[in-house]
Write a protein that binds this ligand. Structure first.
Ligand SMILES: *Cc1c(COP(=O)(O)O)cnc(C)c1O
Length: 386
């Protein structure tokens, strides 16, 4: 991850509540996790088993995910989604560069080409108006990344996909618990990919989930997450061998029970934690409503962000970061446009909004350990100028 720094405290500077610097992210581990993980270790049944199943049932019941298959990472989810969608050598996938490299690296892994569309400067999400002219006969899919947890314009994206017969894959690494026009993210598109990496909302240490709306495709996801073997329907024979016939390439992408135990612990009180996040975001918004030099991101009423990040555009960004650091407050771009990587062909200057976004976006602390006193302190520090 780029530039996730915990600021050192400058002697003499006024200190944040609690005295220590305020990081951008923290990792949330529910108090019950110790006991839950310990009992899996004691059982010695560590790999994929009943806790993975229970974790999946609860993701579905509590977060509205459709057919979630728990995997060992969000990157595995993206890769498996592309595979099951039939994206392969010579194909093209359209996505926005405002994301982590995992989104595009999986496209390269399946032998396809990442075609970058511009973003909306106001959100960091793919601009539906910049997609259609990039569609060719090789285009197979649109990958929609919900930047910071704020859902993309899915209705417009789905309309384009339907018109051109494309698959929609959501990179929802930042958006468990988000909604779009009343529907849970994880239930809207052909495929939705979540990450349970350490600094994401809901962590299993590392992990992820892939939701496929179509039950047939979902069955394929479950089969191919474990070598391509249909575990449930491949009984052991008398000589002790599992009976199956491998028909296509699968992966070792399943989640393990000890990781699922952590995930189950972290699901406890998840809705309340999200509610707290929303309240902290509201406190930031109210406090920073009319601050010269800050332009807030656009937020529409028909969708609810998962608020993984709290970001905005800022004038004199480097000065802003330095001023925050001097007061013990982390501030980071998190990621710039990933098209600047040689692997993906190098920086596209014609993506004007992405280039502007690269220059002005900034994110300030938002996590489960953040207090209302700290948010008040940060708002105050920003209002003093930079
Ligand atoms: C974290 C992240 C991923 C990858 O998830 P892992 O679980 O770390 O593999 C993919 N896309 C985005 C946008 C992410 O932030």
């Amino acid at each position: 991850m780029a530039v996730i720094t915990v600021a050192p405290l400058v002697p003499g500077a006024f200190a944040p509540p609690g005295g220590t610097a305020i990081p951008l992210f923290t990792t949330f581990v529910h108090p019950s996790a110790q006991q839950r993980v310990a009992s899996v270790l004691a059982s010695t049944f560590l790999s994929e088993g009943k806790l993975v199943k229970e974790f999946e049932s609860r993701l579905s019941a509590e977060l509205g995910m459709v057919h979630p298959a728990a995997l060992n990472s969000g990157t595995s989810a993206l890769h498996l989604a592309l595979e099951v969608a039939g994206v392969g050598a010579g194909d093209e996938v359209i996505l926005a560069p405002q994301t982590f490299i995992a989104s595009a690296i999986t496209i390269v892994q399946v032998g396809a080409k990442a075609v970058f569309a511009d973003i909306q400067y106001s959100t960091g999400n793919i601009d539906p108006a910049d997609i259609e002219h990039r569609i060719t006969e090789r285009t197979k899919a649109i990958m929609a990344v919900h930047w910071g947890g704020y859902p993309c314009d899915l209705a417009e994206i789905h309309a384009l996909a339907a018109k051109h017969n494309l698959v929609v894959i959501e990179d929802a690494a930042h958006s468990p618990g988000a909604t779009y026009q009343g529907q849970a993210i994880g239930s809207v598109s052909d495929f939705t990919c979540f990450s349970f990496q350490a600094i994401k909302h809901l962590t299993t240490g590392d992990g992820g989930a892939l939701c496929a709306r179509d039950p047939e495709k979902a069955r394929e996801v479950f089969r191919r997450r474990w070598f391509g073997i249909d575990r449930a329907n491949s009984p052991m024979n008398e000589v002790g061998e599992r009976e199956y016939d491998l028909t296509d390439v699968g992966y070792k992408y399943h989640l393990s029970d000890y990781a699922a135990a952590l995930g189950l612990a972290n699901l406890e009180g998840f809705a309340e934690r999200m509610g707290r996040r929303r309240a902290l975001v509201q406190q930031y918004k109210d406090g920073l409503q009319h601050v010269a030099g800050i332009t807030h991101f656009e937020r529409k009423a028909d969708r609810e962000s998962a608020h993984w990040l709290f970001g905005f555009h800022v004038d004199n960004r480097l000065q802003f970061i330095r001023a925050m650091r001097a007061k013990g407050i982390a501030a980071s771009v998190v990621h710039d446009g990933i098209d600047n990587n040689t692997l993906f062909g190098g920086k596209r200057m014609e993506l004007g909004n992405q280039r502007r976004f690269d220059d002005t976006q900034i994110h300030i602390p938002l996590h489960d350990d953040l207090t209302t006193e700290q948010v008040a302190y940060i708002v105050d520090a920003i209002k003093q100028g930079w």
